[in-house]
Design a protein around this ligand. Sequence first.
Ligand SMILES: Cc1cc2nc3c(=O)[nH]c(=O)nc-3n(C[C@H](O)[C@H](O)[C@H](O)COP(=O)(O)OP(=O)(O)OC[C@H]3O[C@@H](n4cnc5c(N)ncnc54)[C@H](O)[C@@H]3O)c2cc1C
Length: 450
Amino acid sequence: MPTRREFLKTSALMAAGSLITPSFILKSKPKVVVIGAGFAGLAAASWLTRKGIHVTVLEAHNRYGGRVFSHKLNPEKQHIVELGAEWIGASHERIIELCQYYKLELLDNRFDTHLIYEGKYYPKNTWNYSENWQQTWERLLEAYPHMSEDEKIRLDKMDWWRYLVNNGMDGRDLEIRELLDSTDFGESIRHVSAFAALSEYAESSEKNEMDFKIKGGNIRLADAMIKEIGSERVLLKEPVVKVDQTGNTVKVHTASGLILEADKVICALPTLAINKIEWRPALPQDKSDAINALQYARINKHVLYYNHRFWNDESFDMVTDGPAHYFYHATKNQEGPEGALISYTIGDKAAFIARQDDQFRSHMIDAALQPAFGHTQDYLLHQAMYFWGDDKYSRGAYAIYRPGQWFTLMPILRRPFENVYFAGEHIADWQGFMEGAINTGEEAAEAIAS
Ligand SMILES: Cc1cc2nc3c(=O)[nH]c(=O)nc-3n(C[C@H](O)[C@H](O)[C@H](O)COP(=O)(O)OP(=O)(O)OC[C@H]3O[C@@H](n4cnc5c(N)ncnc54)[C@H](O)[C@@H]3O)c2cc1C
């Protein structure tokens, strides 16, 4: 049976015609404009640069990296945390290859999960699901590779919560599973396609792709790609406002009045940002409908920088059933004594916490950590926060495929529109990951160059 990756490729090709073969063979090297300097756009531009193809990247923000956002907490101590993407998975082959190519070191960023549930603290290795559920889960994972395509399509029509319940999960098992899995999808698991969830868990590394991160911050991969592209070719603060396709030429207009002419364009934007552009001619109706149907997950990252690491475990993470939801040690592998925890919240919890002030947040965190560590507020040096639900360009952390959407929306969103090709995590087999953004960027570049 094909994996999620192979299956999507086949269904996308069936639904949308070949994505890999362009509609005509180019006789000379095209001039390409890439919209968006996130990992998808930068991967596309660096791939084209390696082939000697002229490329210009237009980025709306005053920084590059998009949803990869490394933040220096204390430059003197080189303490860096990730406000956006954190983990590189052991199965994420292309990003690992690129790190090797650019000589970026990957650090082990695996954690052992503690739990606070109903006011009681359970250190790592002292809690688990019931024996019954552990056996059921193993059976479900073993069955996954044998599922037929029809079964997968049927599974996509159900939500992940319903799937777990239908398979006998209940009570404490279900509550803990919901707390853990919702951090993966950034909203309630009642909103997530059961196919999207099961395929991710069945095809992922043992730690669910929470394996590594780049020494010095994940943004260093963007730094390296930009060095290869040439920084003069990546124009910041140039939001694209209009894309005009006439004949074989595409005119890309930015808010500052810049107009770039290109043979081909790669649009590496989240769907909200695609929608803000004036398209001439207009985007096809089915694409526009698919853009409007896709939702994004809300995640808040609240960084707490302490004068020492009272959690006493470099590989500390913890799920709680309180409003602070999930904690992890964000300065693992960085020298102490100071250290940072991140409180990672999702959905309504994330939006609520983002609307409060620092005093409220620090009290809330103090109360959340109390069953495990007593009062910790006196150790707090400072806080930082980024709420992706308010991000001007994505209004969310990553796309969330709801029941019935994986096999219907994605092929439409992937389809090129005349001389514009699309890229970004939202149309990737590894959807929601940096790996997916890179894969789609390189695939779009390859489609243009072949
Ligand atoms: C909180 C959080 C946690 C995450 N955790 C992980 C993780 O642990 N592991 C992992 O692999 N992934 C994780 N991700 C997902 C990962 O960050 C994304 O999948 C990936 O970075 C998306 O890249 P992209 O290039 O598709 O989009 P983006 O990074 O969003 O890039 C799009 C770019 O386009 C720009 N732009 C928007 N509009 C315009 C315009 N009109 N003109 C020009 N430019 C424009 C934006 O400013 C942005 O720079 C996480 C994301 C978040 C937010």
